[in-house]
Write a protein of this length. Sequence first.
Length: 219
Amino acid sequence: MADPIQEAAVPSPTKTLNSLLWALAIPLVAVTGAVLAQFPWSWIGIVVVVLAGFSAPAVAGGVWNRAGAATFAAVTTFALGLFAGPSLFETYVKQVGERTDALVADTATYKNARNSERTVCRVVDTSGKVQDLTEQQNCQGQFKRGQHIVLYKDPLGVLEPWAEATDDRAVDVVGLYATAGLFTATTASLFYAGTRRRSDRETDGKKLRTYGPPRRSEP
């Protein structure tokens, strides 16, 4: 007779495929939300990232009963949502964006509703257009008033421009590596949780073996 414990340890093809689909879907949704957060309707992207971040532990921990993998997947999914958007935004705009010279007219620092300091750069491009750049557009206090900079503009006109001190289209490989690493880590943890999932009966049996049967309280 086959050992039921050994049979449970070997994932079936259906379980493997189901686990792989979830392991890919959740980080892909997180990346999609991170990208959407770079658009003017950023709140939609934030909502998508939050949904992905809560879905990871709900599936891995609540359905598959893998608490450790659930915690790890939740952390990496939220981190992926933070890294992927800015990294992919910079890569896209700097690689395919239209180059425009600009002049920094002024810089300022203000505090937002959370009392955190934010930097803004007011720039004027060669067409005479005046616009305020935020930290999301690489205005992080490194530019000075009167400085000549380069703007990379989205050819579709949807995303905001990206600012650089020089005409340098090199991308931030650290951000891309971090995004790839977080995506891989999230996928691996969810795939592990899915292929090694436990039923509620198995979870209860493990608790019984570890802590013993429940004891009656003293009157």
